[in-house]
Ligand binder design. Structure first.
Ligand code: SIN
Ligand code: CO
Length: 442
């Protein structure tokens, strides 16, 4: 498994098969999606008995960028300069309350942190505690100056993916995660820079953000969290529910809660060169391994006497150089590497296998019946550009064009209505995914 290095930011630490499927009914938003969307957006309505999830989300795109088209945003702001969008998601109420966030912070498959600030103390001003927090309750904490942060919420709570879908104008390959923080009055994680593009969406409550683009990048080596030694605000914004601030990597920022409130950080990973190169070498190593004869050794039966026994001989270097030409790669392998890397589960992720699993024939029957087929919350997927492979949770599967279309739909909507007519050739892939806990039937 190839893993991306976890984030280093102020607070964030994140069988081949052939298949053919014909859809007997087009996917529509599942009941749970309908409830979630209605909760996210009070204006979400069922139109003539049909939920038009996709068009509603596309309609939101213009709002979420403050009337700017995605193309314009990408040209003028993405990876370049901050953008404040007032009422990016009007009436946004959030997907989770304080009690639910504390419950997530107790889970072993969540990355959670608690940052407490002692504003009047110079030394030991910041306290960092890492979850899971077995019994933590708001009543155990001071009245102010703390933040509880949970990363990877999309893998833990169904509302996460619906929210990430709002950002579908950015390729899924760049999505890292949704982090939700809840801060008491005055709560903050200190002034810091992130290495990632981030949309800071204000949930219930208010937060004052200060940003600086020209400051000193040095971190305070004495603090337990990555905070800047010096921070001088150049601009300031007060975010209210539904407002959003986009920050490209490297813009220093400090957000202080004005009263208790939630911040939703939608983060976009940019793998470091170090991670790409090291993971690619590991990938090549794994590909090469089955082709290596474990008994084969360097040989020099024609070794000649030398007047410089300490020098590395030309012949030895040439022989090893020839051996190394067996390490090669092509574009398709780079694509496979990226697909596996970017969908690979992060270390804390757990997939719940069905307990007990139904048999393959019962599974086939269920696909022909009522209900829905969904992706498990932690499942991540991508498709290759030609629609011949699907990458799911670090695996690559060869698929027929029809199946690739089905996965395109499943990966955007996260759930599809049954029945699905699955050919005998496709069944093993779907059953394997079900058995691994990557997809679910309900
Ligand atoms: C927070 O939610 O408190 C911090 C988010 C960020 O600065 O990226
Ligand atoms: Co940040």
């Amino acid at each position: 498994m190839f893993l991306l290095a976890t984030k280093t930011m102020g607070i964030r630490s994140r069988a081949e098969a052939r298949s053919k499927i014909s859809l007997s009914s087009p996917g529509s938003a599942s009941a749970s999606t309908q409830i979630l969307m209605a909760r996210l957006y009070p204006k979400w309505r069922q139109k003539g008995g049909e939920i038009t999830a996709r068009s509603a989300m596309l309609a939101q795109v213009t709002t979420i960028l403050g009337g700017m088209t995605p193309a314009n945003f990408l040209r003028t702001h993405w990876q370049k300069r901050p953008l404040l969008v007032k009422q990016a998601l009007p009436e946004f109420r959030g997907i989770i309350d304080e009690r639910e966030l504390f419950a997530l912070a107790r889970r072993p498959d969540a990355i959670s942190r608690l940052v407490v600030e002692h504003p009047r103390t110079k030394r030991g001003r910041w306290e960092l505690h890492e979850g899971p927090f077995e019994d933590l309750a708001p009543s155990d904490l001071p009245a102010d100056h703390w933040s509880l942060l949970v990363q990877g919420v999309e893998g833990l709570h169904p509302g996460g993916w619906a929210l990430l879908q709002e950002f579908a104008f950015i390729p899924a390959a760049r999505v890292d995660d949704l982090m939700i923080s809840y801060a008491a009055d005055g709560g903050s994680v200190g002034p810091h820079e992130d290495l990632y593009d981030v949309f800071l969406l204000q949930g219930p409550g208010r937060r004052r953000w200060q940003i600086s683009t020209h400051g000193d990048h040095a971190f305070d080596p004495t603090a337990p969290i990555k905070i800047l030694k010096k921070f001088k605000a150049e601009k300031e914004y007060l975010l209210e529910p539904g407002d959003m601030l986009y920050l490209p990597p490297g813009v220093a920022h400090l957000g202080i809660a004005e009263g208790p409130g939630f911040t939703y950080s939608i983060g976009f990973v940019a793998p470091s060169h170090e991670s790409l190169l090291q993971n690619f070498l590991a990938y090549l190593g794994q590909r090469l391994e089955p082709t290596i004869d474990p008994h084969a050794m360097y040989e020099d039966p024609h070794l000649k006497q030398t007047s410089h026994p300490l020098a590395l001989g030309h012949q030895m270097i040439s022989t090893v150089e020839r051996l190394l030409t067996r390490i090669h790669w092509n574009r398709a392998q780079v694509e496979e590497f990226l697909g596996r890397l970017l969908t690979g589960p992060k270390p804390h992720v757990q997939f719940a296998r069905p307990q007990p699993p139904i048999s393959r024939s019962t599974f086939a029957q269920r696909l022909r019946g009522d209900g829905s087929l969904g992706l498990a919350l932690p499942t991540r997927g991508l498709l290759d550009a030609r629609g011949r492979h699907v990458f799911l949770n670090g695996e690559m599967h060869s698929v027929a064009a029809k199946t690739a279309r089905l996965f395109t739909e499943l990966l955007s909507a996260r759930s599809m209505s049954l029945p699905l007519s699955v050919s005998a050739a496709d069944l093993p892939l779907f059953y394997d995914l079900y058995y691994a806990g990557f997809i679910t039937l309900s």
